[in-house]
Design a protein around this ligand. Sequence first.
Ligand code: DX5
Ligand code: ZN
Length: 217
Amino acid sequence: MSHILAPSLLAADFANLQRDVELVNASAAQWFHLDVMDGVFVPNISFGMPVMEAIARHATKPLDVHLMIVDPDRYIQTFADLGADVLTVHAEACTHLHRTLGAIRSAGMKAGVALNPHTPVESIRDVAKDLDLVCLMSVNPGFGGQSFIERTYAKTRALRTLLTEEGAVEAHIEIDGGVGLGNAKALLEAGADVLVAGSSVFRASDPMRAAHDLVHL
Ligand code: DX5
Ligand code: ZN
C-alpha cells in the first residue's frame, strides 16, 4: 500500500511562500499540510484564512487543513470555500464531535479528527464510521521541530486495530510531529498511511530530495 507525504508549510519560509508552495507542487509529495492555530487551543498563532487563500491560489495538490482552534464549527464552511480537501479538528476542542464530522462531510470535505498525545484512541471508536482520517499527534501541537513521542508506535497499532474492528477500513491514519527518515518506515509498518513532515522537508539541505526520500522509503 502506498502512503501519502504531506509537507507542513509551518516550516516553510513565509517570506517566500509561493516558492515553497511551488516546491511542494514539483516534489514527490502528494498533499499540503496546513496548520491553523488560534493561540487559545495551542500556545502559538500560525496563520489563518488570508494566508490559506494565498496558498490555495498556487497549490496544485490536495490541501490537508489541521485546525488547532477552539470551537472549529464556526469555520467549517469558510475552510470549504477556501478549498480545503481534508478538514481536521481536534477531539479535545469539540463538544459534539459527531455533529462536527457530519458538518465537515456535508460541506464536501474529508473529515479528520486529531488526537493529542494524551487522548486515547478509544475516544474515536463511536465515530469511526463518521470520519475519513485520524491524525495522531506525535508531539504536543503548537510548534514545529519538536521531538517525536515514542509511544506513537503503539498508539498507531491500536488505532489500526480499532478502525478495522469498526469497519472503517478506508480511514487514513496520519502522524503529525517529529516525522523524518528515522521513523517513517516504522510508522507505516505500525499502520499509518499519511506522514506529515515539516522540518524534515523544509529544513533539509535539499527539500526536494527529502520529499523524494520520504515518499520512496
Ligand atoms: C504541530 C503541527 C505540525 C508541525 C510538524 O503543531 O501540527 O504539523 O508543522 O512539524 P515537524 O514536522 O517539524 O515536527
Ligand atoms: Zn499539523
